[in-house]
Design a protein around this ligand. Structure first.
Ligand code: BGC
Length: 765
């Protein structure tokens, strides 16, 4: 039995190397930025015979739990925030005669699974055997609508294989805080459960319930309807509302039942209780007078639009093509689309990292959206504006006079990291956000965003750095220094003058200056109290920013004195001891010249101008051998740098490893959720690496370096409100203006003007 498929867009079970259950739950999870549903065993429920990690996640719906410290110093975060694992909408209870899947052990074997990335439909076939040897096929189709993000659809087909008997299917979601498989002792997992309460709401024509949290005081509503033979709305013996159907099943005859869920937004608990009726009316609207099929079709339409603008077509490497598509598909599945939420580091496919948002969004994922879906990019950035107040509060609580201190990892804007040396100390997060705002603005010229939100963040983040840093004399010169911080590389912590941080902060300062004139005498500048004196001080700090450099070897130094750290030979470390963070005390790593991930090289990639290729090559040759890539955010960055200095084979190898992070489970932890940052970095590998787009260039420029394995690569982007399509061949670039006024761009050093009169050009390189 095989599912029909068009191979270029299918993630098919048979083509995946690992068949490990928890890994598959992540890979085949369906999501839409608001909700995510893991692909768990549909019979699991609370049956202790099954050990998976099912769950429904709502972006931004979390609870607190108190962090237990051995020694708690002043200012440590009190609470962690953890995304709630809600009841699994895939769950179905099936009774065959006397046997009951909720209590007995029905053996559930996966026959096939296929995720169609063109439509977002997950199609699965299970073969189920009851303890008495009755066998039936369970065919499950499901999707999370990207058209109407509250909607999740699931359809079950039940086919008896070797029996005729009475069958009852029951769909009641009465459990909360569901039992899941035991967690591992991996610091990256962070699985603490929230404290949820589930209230069934009486008086509706379909099951409706309210889920609330105790500590974060949030609430959301869920309602669902069903359709199928003999299916009726009922109350079970525990007074829980749901649907059931009891019928005489015949061998070989399939019965189908479909359900549409409407899963609500996240509200303050008081509102969720008080306005439950109103919210439910709205939620019902989404799923009444419609069907699984219509909702699926509507969602598939949106997927089509997504692929039209965001696909990257590669001629020459089908495996890489498929992995890339999976990455883009997951990015869109994961991205919050409501301006209140961002993209959790694990998407909505698992509770790894507690569902927190990190810098991963701004530095690794946002460029993909900025260039292919700028409206969505804006919404994602809006989350940072929404949490600006909390970040300002955080700065004052920390002891600063003003400014904003964005949290390293968070859901609600407050810091949730219990390990400050690799958490709170990563103050580069502020500048990462400012950098992303500038990228967004440069590509879209969205003045409203800059005026209403962007510039305020740029100023507030810069102010924080002005207070954190100070002027000091180094080698006889007055310098602005930023001490005791952690850069991106988490195998070094609390260092002085991290090159990446200082470079990013300098950029942040420059952005304050760049737009200062535009805001002079405006309400915003009055409200912010931005004086000429303050601007002058910021300018002085930017001009004198200290950027550590090793004059003897002519390389950028990861931080001041990095050259004096203990050297270790990674080749001598046993393979089983990677990732190092799980095997060494942090200090053993901090005192050594070893990198978990791209740090200085990332600075080179984000600021490609102002130094020669030889310098980049020297940086690369120094940092590459000391980098373990224990973070999945690393390889794609090295791929870009390698492409720039002509290390083509190495570049392609880094790139393929990066894009296969989840598909190949190369970090062995995809079970906890996808690596969303790494997926975004894969797009950056194509865009900044092989297409050779130069970020921060005055006019859009590309200097292609097509991998030898490819005959061509094609993609679309939006630029200053126009859309273009590029096709890069070995020695030619074809570019066409698809919509908008067009502009001047540079390809391989040649300027080309594109407008509606001459929308197509071919440039030889
Ligand atoms: C990386 C961080 C990253 C986090 C979440 C860590 O392993 O070192 O840079 O932000 O994972 O993806």
């Amino acid at each position: 039995m095989r599912i029909e498929q068009r191979p270029e867009f299918q993630i098919h079970l048979q083509n995946l190397k690992s068949k490990e259950q928890l890994y598959l739950e992540t890979i085949f999870s369906v999501a839409n930025g608001h909700i995510g549903v893991r692909d768990s065993n549909p019979l699991q429920g609370n049956n202790p015979n099954y050990m998976g990690t099912p769950g429904l996640f709502i972006n931004g719906f979390y609870d607190y739990y108190q962090i237990q410290y051995g020694e708690k110093y002043t200012g440590y975060p009190v609470n962690d925030q953890v995304i709630n694992r809600l009841c699994d909408p895939r769950y179905i209870q099936i009774k065959i005669g006397e046997e009951d899947s909720a209590v007995d052990y029905f053996k559930v074997e996966t026959v096939d699974k296929n995720l169609d990335m063109q439509t977002g439909l997950l199609h699965e076939i299970y073969s189920v055997t009851t303890p008495q040897g009755k066998i039936f096929n369970l065919i499950v189709e499901s999707f999370a609508s990207v058209e109407s993000v509250n909607v999740y659809g699931i359809k079950y087909g039940v086919v008896p294989i070797n029996f005729d008997d009475e069958v009852e299917i029951i769909k009641v979601h009465s459990y909360i805080n569901q039992a899941t498989s035991a967690t591992v002792s991996d610091v990256r997992v962070n699985e603490a459960q929230g404290h949820l309460q589930l209230d069934f709401l009486d008086g509706y024509e379909q099951p409706s319930y309210l889920v609330t949290t105790y500590k974060s005081q949030q609430g959301s509503l869920v309602t669902f309807n069903g359709d199928g033979p003999k299916l009726s709305y009922f109350k079970d013996e525990s007074n829980h509302w749901g649907y059931h159907a009891k019928y005489q099943a015949k061998k070989g005859t399939q019965k189908e039942f479909e359900f549409l869920f409407s899963i609500g937004d996240v509200y303050p608990l008081v509102n969720a209780r008080m306005y439950a009726d109103q919210y439910l009316v709205k939620l019902n609207e989404d799923i009444k007078n419609t069907s699984f099929k219509s909702e699926l079709m509507a969602s598939a339409q949106v997927w089509q639009t997504f692929w039209l603008h965001s696909d990257v077509e590669i001629d020459g490497d089908p495996q890489v093509q498929l992995s890339l598509r999976f990455n883009f598909f997951e990015l869109y599945q994961s991205a919050g689309k409501d301006s209140h939420t961002s993209i959790p580091a694990k998407g909505l496919s698992g509770s790894g990292y507690g569902g927190h948002y990190f810098w991963d969004t701004e530095i690794f994922m946002l460029p993909f959206f900025i260039y292919t879906n700028p409206e969505l990019a804006k919404k994602i950035l809006m989350y940072r504006y929404e949490t600006l107040k909390n970040s300002q509060q955080q700065a004052t609580q920390f002891g600063f006079k003003g400014g904003a201190m964005y949290a390293w990892r968070t859901i609600n804007g407050y810091e949730a990291s219990a390990y400050w040396p690799a958490g709170t100390a990563q103050i580069h997060i502020n500048a990462d956000i400012a950098y992303a705002i500038e990228q967004y603005y440069e590509v879209t010229k969205d003045d409203d965003f800059l005026n209403d939100y962007g510039y305020e963040i740029i100023v507030e983040t810069a102010r924080f750095y002005m207070e954190w840093g100070n002027f000091a004399e180094i080698d006889g010169k007055r310098r602005f220094v930023i001490n005791r911080v952690t850069g991106p590389d988490e195998y070094s912590a609390v260092v002085d003058n991290n090159y990446f941080t200082n470079k990013m902060v300098k950029f942040n300062f420059r952005m304050v200056q760049k737009y200062a004139k535009r805001f002079e005498h405006t309400d915003l500048s009055n409200r912010l109290g931005l004086s000429p004196e303050e601007l002058e001080r910021i300018q002085e700090a930017a001009d004198s920013m200290y950027l550590p450099f090793d004059e003897d070897n002519k390389i950028k130094l990861q931080y001041q004195n990095f050259d004096q750290m203990n050297k270790i030979d990674l080749a001598k470390i046993d393979n089983n001891d990677f990732p190092l963070l799980l095997h060494y005390h942090p200090l053993m790593l901090y005192r050594s010249q070893v990198n978990k991930q791209a740090d200085t090289i990332l600075a080179d990639v984000l600021f490609p101008q102002g130094y020669s290729d030889d310098e980049l090559k020297r940086d690369f040759d120094f940092y590459e051998p000391i980098t373990t890539h224990d973070s999945s955010l690393s390889q794609a960055v090295f791929a870009i740098a390698a492409a720039r200095v002509g290390k083509n084979a190495q570049s392609y190898s880094f790139f393929t490893q990066a894009i296969e992070t989840d598909i190949q489970n190369s970090h062995h932890n995809t079970a906890n959720g996808i690596h969303a940052g790494s997926l975004g970095a894969a797009w950056e590998g194509v865009f900044y690496g092989f297409a050779g787009v130069v970020n921060n260039a005055e006019i859009f420029s590309m200097d292609p370096k097509l991998p030898a394995q490819w005959n061509s690569v094609k993609f679309r982007i939006f630029l200053y409100g126009s859309e273009y399509i590029f096709a890069i061949y070995e020695h030619e670039v074809h570019v066409s203006l698809l919509s908008g006024k067009g502009s001047t761009i540079k390809i391989a050093g040649a300027k080309c003007e594109l407008d509606s009169e001459s929308p197509d050009q071919v440039i030889k390189y």
